[in-house]
Design a protein around this ligand. Sequence first.
Ligand SMILES: C=C(O[C@@H]1C=C(C(=O)O)C=C[C@H]1O)C(=O)O
Length: 450
Amino acid sequence: MTQETPATLMIRAIPGVGWLAMSAPAPTRQAARVPTLQVRTHAVADPGDLLDLIPANDSVSTWVRRGDGMVAWGEAARIDTAGATRMLDADAWFGRLREGADISDDVDLPGTGLIAFGSFSFDDDAPAGGALIVPRVVVGRRAGHAWITTIDPDGAAPLAIDGDRAPLALPTDVTYSPGAVTPQEWKAKVADAVARIRAGEAAKIVLARDVWATSSSPLDPRALVTRFSHAYPTTWAFAVDGLVGATPEMLIRRERRMVASRVLAGTIRRTGDDERDLAHAAALARSSKDLEEHEFAVESLARALAPFVESANVPEVPSVLHLPNVMHLATDVTAVLQRGADGARPSALRLAAALHPTAAVGGTPTADAVRLVGEIEGMDRGRYAGPVGWIGSEGDGEWCIALRCGALDPADPRRIRLFAGCGIVAASDPGAELDETEAKLEPMRQALLG
Ligand SMILES: C=C(O[C@@H]1C=C(C(=O)O)C=C[C@H]1O)C(=O)O
């Protein structure tokens, strides 16, 4: 979590495309070579369920909510970054890629034209680093308009759009095993965090835990995302670079001058009985423990956003977001971007870099809380709780916080590491927090049913 970690840039050559792989070892950073891309977006008739379109492919990206969004496959270009500037380096690379690209876009909506999908580690110094991937084919739909984008590196033969649509491979006989800490150990960590909060070391510390799931057959990200999008339609069902999940939390969405963020903090489990859940929702909206935890998260977001915007609308009272497994206190912040010193409005990824980590996943005050997470939690979060999303031609994009997710094990396609965490405040109870992590693991566990 140090700020000093020097960035490393690695550009991966795509087989058959023939441009140079370069690396710029820290600390001397060089401009990574960018390929010239031919980008073509055309309107198409409604393609039906987007998730049915993805061929079996090593590189699959999805971003789907309420049936709209984008699915993408193949890699036209990719950057892997690490260190404190991992998002800014990726953003600068994408800017250079855009400058050199030959783009023709008949649709002109957020997400059409050149696009890259990415995910970044929670910690500055995590080995997981980050990646931004420009796919070869994107199919998208937004409010009744559908499109297809093809992205061809210079000299590459176009990728077949009708790839091999191998049937979805469902998980089989999934078994679970503890991650870095057992549930019992994790409760002790929560008690430790509560003691340190009461001693005045921080006001809120977000602690997470991990669980391994192993299927007897290779896991197919397309199958997992399809299940998320059917069971949790109001979340963003994502698959990016082996990280898959159904997150309800929008870190930042940028559409031209407008930005929006959905802050979540304060959680209660659903019971399955609507009447009881309504009573619980009312209790959540009055719970001083949850309201305090929520206020920390809203304040930290508003403070981090302030330098970039000319006006912001921050509702004073949160609403209650109902998901099938849990309910959250939620605040939707909207704002109008201002131009920076360079005359440009910051891109969605630049904003995500400035906002991460929010109090929703780190704690309050941020620097102390993040240090305490590192001391107490006892695991590497990888890309869990980091920004995940996409950036488009004009710097528009959507970056969520990677929650309710799992990281496929690159070394064993049958394994996935699941994560869940909770904001700990002075009034937190370890048993209740453990139960909350179980509720937050439910979308992943349901997607992994055989
Ligand atoms: C950390 C997670 O969720 C975050 C923590 C919340 C809380 O403590 O109430 C609620 C939503 C998220 O901001 C997670 O899902 O893993």
